[in-house]
Design a protein around this ligand. Structure first.
Ligand code: C5P
Length: 224
């Protein structure tokens, strides 16, 4: 933590990357999230003076310099436990993780074998919504969510902001070479009563702008 910068003196918790939902000892359900956006935001938050806790799903990324603590998890349930513990007393929570929406109802401790009865049918159950759970806490940190959208980005984003009771939502354009898994991103920022489009840029650059906007909104809200 530094004594200078727009986030000086603040504890920021960031979750990042995908979650893997194990089916048996060798198979899992996953997604294409690389964690790059969340890690870039962690680096930008450190540069802005914050004490940063980074909770990472399975990613192949080095911890950005200056991150106070990194907690590695695998599944959505593990990520939930780590986040709920870390946000205790934290000032800002930024949920960039692509948390799996579903996990298998019953994990098989033995490898599922091919057999004469054909392909297995996997029963799925819904994972808890970590972001909504943090936003429902009282007291709660300033809460920033992400949303990957292919269509009606602003309209869907605004609905999500209200439904999950967020302080800010960063809506991701998902498409060719932009968004999930890629090096570039573009974001539509939405907050209650306002918004701003951040044009396509490399993730580290975009992360700096995003962190500056989060700091400004956080300070504005603290003054209100
Ligand atoms: O509703 P949707 O999955 O599009 O919301 C995305 C946002 O919610 C992201 O910030 C993501 O990190 C968060 N999320 C979560 N827990 C889930 C699903 C999404 O924290 N189970």
């Amino acid at each position: 933590m530094s004594h200078e910068g727009p986030l000086a003196g603040l504890h920021v918790v960031i979750d990042a990357g995908p979650t893997y939902e194990d089916i048996d000892p060798v198979r899992f359900l996953g997604n294409r999230s690389s964690g790059k956006m969340g890690f870039a935001i962690a680096a930008a938050a450190v540069a802005a003076g914050a004490e940063v806790t980074l909770i990472a799903g399975p990613v192949a990324l080095a911890t950005p310099a200056g991150v106070a603590r990194r907690i590695d998890v695998r599944s959505a349930l593990q990520m939930r436990d780590a986040v709920l513990q870390a946000v205790e007393g934290a000032d800002i929570f930024i949920a960039t993780a692509a948390v799996a929406d579903w996990r298998v109802a019953e994990y098989s401790s033995r490898k599922i074998k091919k057999g004469p009865s054909g392909a297995p049918v996997l029963e799925l159950v819904e994972n808890p919504d970590i972001l909504a759970e943090v936003a429902a806490r009282d007291p709660r940190p300033f809460v920033v969510g992400f949303a990957a959208e292919t269509d009606h980005v602003l309209e869907n984003g605004r609905k999500k902001l209200e439904r999950k009771k967020l302080d800010m939502l960063a809506a991701n354009h998902v498409g060719e070479n932009v968004g999930i898994g890629s090096d570039d991103n573009a974001l539509d920022l939405i907050w209650p009563g306002g918004g701003e489009s951040l044009p396509r840029a490399a993730k580290p650059e975009l992360a700096k702008t995003l962190v500056a906007r989060i700091a400004a909104r956080y300070r504005a809200q603290a003054r209100a």
